[in-house]
Design a protein around this ligand. Structure first.
Ligand code: ADP
Ligand code: MG
Length: 607
């Protein structure tokens, strides 16, 4: 419960006024609920011909006795002048008015609490998304994508449900219960004390049903998460599913999970539905016992309670059952919601500040160069992927990294924008450790083009302008021309406004790559990082892309990971990676002459 209050106070603060309003409306509503029940007393008294005649009007004041006296005074007049039927209507009219106020304020309170709830959930959604964006890449290599999505959607919905019931629970039900109890005490102390003994007994039995619900609903949620996972995987891998004729298998897998979820959901609903009849029977038992007790009091000639007041008392007593029930279900759904909140907090409370250096040094342009100094890096703390690597990259030079797959080239270039942090050694830009710069500035220096062009399902224009605020259409077009992309863009359906589909699926590999190059051109970075930018392409589009890349690299400092050696022949320095080390370095001619790893790679590709 302590955790619950922490969560609530975390989100509710900006909305204290709405909370106050909801609270106020609930108090008014509860008071008028009692008042409307109380007006049944004169109605019944008239029917039972028991009413006490009042012949004097007292001075009006906000005193219950005065109000009661004067109300009965008018009832007496109406009854004597027009007949008891009209007196009934007169009292009934007050009941209608009181009920209208009660229901009106109840609606107002739910009106405000709907706003509260939805605002809180919106805040939570925005927070989670912003957090996902800000977390370091390393956080996600230990998480499943489907699970993260489930947290951002399903778990938020779960919390929404529990926030809603907790708002009800704290802003409404206690008020109702207290107001009803006070009214009941007011009407009969004896009877209320007696009822007090019965209520906890009934509450315990109802609560027991709720408890077993909790475990089952958790099971159901987990199953739902698995369903989401399969769906997500299938959507991403639909080509493979079709190519391997695996539709039947994947359908069966999904069907099995859906069936399992269906079974749990059925059990859950049936169990939950059981709570209703059970609590109704229990409620009736309690009411009957109270009727028996109160009736005996009346029959034995105890004058403290009239028949009409007793019936009104029972009416109020019956009303207390609902909020009491809601109170117990709220407690149960809060626990359910807090389990979901814990899952969300695993994202929200994760440390995303490790790379941030708000007081760091500013940097706008590269002045002298980059230096990797004795860098050792490991992803898992066990195997060193880079082993004591040093490399100096003077400004304006093109450095090529080659070597077999898995030798650590991508890791090496990913360290520069601090996608990962190194523990041993250091990386310097202009002789200052990159950890001392502002992260935003550091990344602002660099442009990336990778093997897999990462495009968004948006227009070509927006994909190119992605990294630059307020780019002009002229700049975007110029960037596209430099990237050899202008012609094919103009030839496509809507030019720059063409939507390119999920991850750019409506474009060819070479076209995607040229758009991501145009994006880098537009950003105009000092440092360029190309990680196998052409290796996924056929020879024809490789030529176009290679040409675009050369335009891009002109007058920049670039780090180029290359698969095909022909593309980096002109590099100022070529570094050959082997098992996390740079084993050879030099120009193309020097390395050929060296007759080592590079020569071997070269000869293999020449075949
Ligand atoms: P290259 O780009 O030269 O092919 P990488 O730098 O991608 O090589 O990978 C070097 C080694 O690091 C490989 O053994 C690979 O399995 C491992 N590796 C790469 N990325 C990760 C990661 N996110 N988590 C753990 N290990 C990784
Ligand atoms: Mg790689």
């Amino acid at each position: 419960m302590k955790y619950f209050f922490q969560v609530i106070s975390r989100y509710i603060k900006p909305y204290w006024f709405v909370v106050f309003l909801t609270f106020l409306f609930n108090i008014i509503s509860a008071a008028f609920s009692v008042v409307s029940m109380a007006f049944i007393i004169p109605v019944l008294e008239i029917i039972f011909e028991q009413s006490n005649e009042v012949s004097t009007l007292m001075d009006w004041s906000l005193d219950l006795d005065v109000l009661k006296n004067n109300f009965y005074f008018y009832i007496t007049i109406i009854k004597n002048d027009f007949g008891p039927g009209y007196a009934l209507l007169f009292s009934g009219l007050f009941m209608v008015i009181a009920t209208t106020v009660k229901c009106g304020t109840a609606y107002l309170s739910s009106y405000t609490s709907v706003g509260l709830r939805n605002n809180i959930v919106r805040d939570m959604r925005k927070q989670i998304f912003a957090k996902i964006v800000s977390l370091p890449i390393g956080f996600f290599s230990n998480e499943r994508k489907g699970d993260i999505m489930q947290r951002a959607t399903g778990d938020v919905a779960e919390v929404e449900g529990s926030v809603m019931s907790s708002i009800d629970m704290f802003l409404k039900n206690p008020i109702l219960i207290i107001v009803y109890l006070v009214a009941m005490f007011f009407m009969s102390i004896q009877l209320t004390l007696f009822a007090f003994i019965l209520l906890p007994v009934a509450g315990t039995i109802i609560g027991r049903i709720g408890k077993s619900l909790k475990k089952q609903s958790m099971e159901g949620q987990n199953k739902m998460g698995e369903l989401m996972g399969i769906l997500e995987e299938t959507m991403t891998g639909l080509r493979v599913v079709k190519a391997f004729n695996a539709e039947g298998r994947i359908n069966k897998r999904y069907g099995d999970e859906a069936q399992a979820y269906c079974n749990i959901a059925k059990r859950l609903s049936r169990r939950r539905d059981l709570a209703h009849p059970v609590s109704e029977i229990l409620g009736t038992v309690v009411v009957i016992v109270v009727v028996w007790f109160g009736g005996s009091l009346i029959l034995s000639g105890d004058n403290s309670l009239s028949v009409a007041s007793f019936l009104a008392y029972l009416g109020i007593f019956y009303q207390i059952i609902n909020p009491a029930k809601a109170f117990s279900t709220a407690l149960y759904s809060i626990q359910k919601g807090m389990a979901a909140m814990e899952r969300i907090d695993k994202i929200l409370l994760a440390d995303d500040k490790i790379f941030e250096n708000a007081n760091g040094q500013q940097i706008e342009h590269l002045q002298s160069g980059i230096e990797y100094r004795n860098v050792t890096f490991s992803y898992n703390g066990e195997i060193d992927v880079l082993k004591n690597v040093s490399l100096t990259i003077p400004k304006g030079k093109m450095i090529a990294l080659v070597g077999q797959s898995g030798s650590g080239k991508s890791t090496f270039v990913d360290l520069l924008p601090r996608f990962w942090d190194i523990k041993q050694g250091e990386i310097l830009i202009d002789n200052i450790n990159i950890k001392n710069y502002r992260l935003h500035d550091l990344r602002g220096l660099m442009g990336n083009v990778n093997q897999e062009a990462m495009l968004f399902n948006d227009t070509i224009y927006n994909n190119i302008a992605f990294g630059v605020d307020n780019a002009t259409p002229e700049q975007v077009e110029l960037a596209a021309r430099v990237a050899n992309a202008h012609d094919f863009i103009m030839a496509s359906e809507n030019g720059y406004q063409t939507i390119i589909g999920d991850r750019g699926s409506k474009l060819s590999g070479g076209q995607r790559q040229r758009i991501s190059i145009a994006r880098a051109v537009l950003k105009n970075p000092d440092i360029l990082i190309l990680d196998e930018a052409t290796s996924a392409l056929d020879t024809e589009s490789e030529r176009l892309v290679q040409n675009a890349l050369e335009n891009l690299m002109a007058n920049r400092t670039s780090l180029v990971v290359a698969h095909r050696l022909s593309t980096i022949k002109n590099a100022d320095l070529i570094c050959v990676f082997h098992e996390g080390k740079i084993v050879e370095r030099g120009t193309h001619e020097e390395l050929i002459a060296l007759n080592g790893y590079y020569r071997k790679l070269h000869d293999m590709q020449a075949l």
